[in-house]
Design a binder for this molecule. Structure first.
Ligand code: GUN
Length: 295
């Protein structure tokens, strides 16, 4: 007798594909109206393998929806001034709708200075303080890609959020902090009572067991165990880690911040790794780029 899974998967690939079909239509409209396709540039400083993989995935996704994309690879040794100069050139480039500077940057470069130098109307990562401020106030602007992708995933699967207790683990500027703001806003998805937990939180398992919606974004492989999750919870795994695995041809496997095998059977919905949040993040970047063409 086979046992049917009790949980349902928040499938980022399927959801992302559905949204990307609409984005491709939007790209055609932009093209016919102004004679050129939406154009995203990605700046990569140095040769970090993981960053290169992420940036190449973004560029490939652009091609698939009919956007133009440019990959700008700069040497690890570039000075902060030279990078800031390059950012200012991109701000002025009329052929470009939006651009991102992939993080992390080398230690000798102040990432905050670089983020501040990006023109808010081209900041499709949604990292500039003006866009963060707009998000907090509920004004139109660019939302950061990962939290926005999670919101779209919850919307696509009609997950109920109003009045629920949402616990976010991790307070990064890119994921945890904006996620806590989006889940508490007066909108759908949102209207949650939100707790933002982090490395100083006391008795984290007691807290996470209270969560109706648990968003794991702390960056520690398989940190969230079955004992930390209540029956029927919605769990969103934001982590992505390569773990050595000799049984795989690649020599590694991907895991998230959640111990999937233990946690999934307790969930009503779960966004797995891979195939959950990851594909949605890139889709949000494409959505922001399309938005950059039309405002
Ligand atoms: N590094 C990890 N995630 C991101 C992202 O969403 N944008 C940029 N620019 N860098 C990142």
């Amino acid at each position: 007798m086979s046992v049917l899974p009790t949980y349902q998967v928040l499938d980022g690939k399927r959801c992302g594909d559905a949204l990307r079909a609409d984005i491709a239509k939007g790209a055609l409209e932009v093209r016919s109206k102004r004679g050129r396709a939406p154009h995203l540039a990605a700046v990569l400083v140095g040769s970090d393998g993981a960053s290169r993989t992420y940036v190449e995935a973004k560029v490939k996704a652009c091609e698939e929806v009919g956007f133009r994309s440019s990959l700008i690879v700069l040497p690890e040794t570039i000075t902060e001034d030279d990078l800031l100069h390059r950012v200012k050139q991109l701000n002025k480039d009329k052929e470009l709708d939006g651009f991102i500077v992939q993080l992390p940057l080398p230690d000798h470069i102040d990432a905050d200075k670089v983020t501040l130098a990006i023109a808010p109307e081209k900041d499709v990562d949604g990292f500039h303080p003006e866009n963060i401020g707009r998000m907090v106030l509920g004004l139109p602007g660019f939302l950061p890609a990962t939290p926005s992708g999670i919101v779209e995933l919850l919307r696509h699967y009609h997950v109920e959020t109003a009045g629920k207790h949402c616990v976010v683990i991790g307070r990064s500027h890119i994921v945890g902090t904006p996620m806590s703001i989006l889940m508490s806003r007066n909108a759908y998805p949102g209207n949650c009572t939100v707790t933002l937990a982090h490395s100083r939180t006391m008795d984290l398992p007691a807290l996470t067991r209270e969560a109706d919606i648990l968003i794991a974004a702390l960056g520690k492989p398989e940190f969230v165990t079955g004992a930390m999750v209540r029956e029927g919870a919605v769990v969103v795994d934001v982590g992505i880690h390569r773990i050595a695995d000799a049984s795989r041809k690649s020599g590694f496997r991907l895991v998230g911040d959640v111990k999937f095998d233990e946690v999934a059977p307790k969930c009503s919905w779960i966004a797995p790794v891979p195939g959950g949040v990851g594909p949605m993040t890139i889709t949000s970047l494409l959505l922001n780029t399309l938005k950059a063409c039309t405002h």
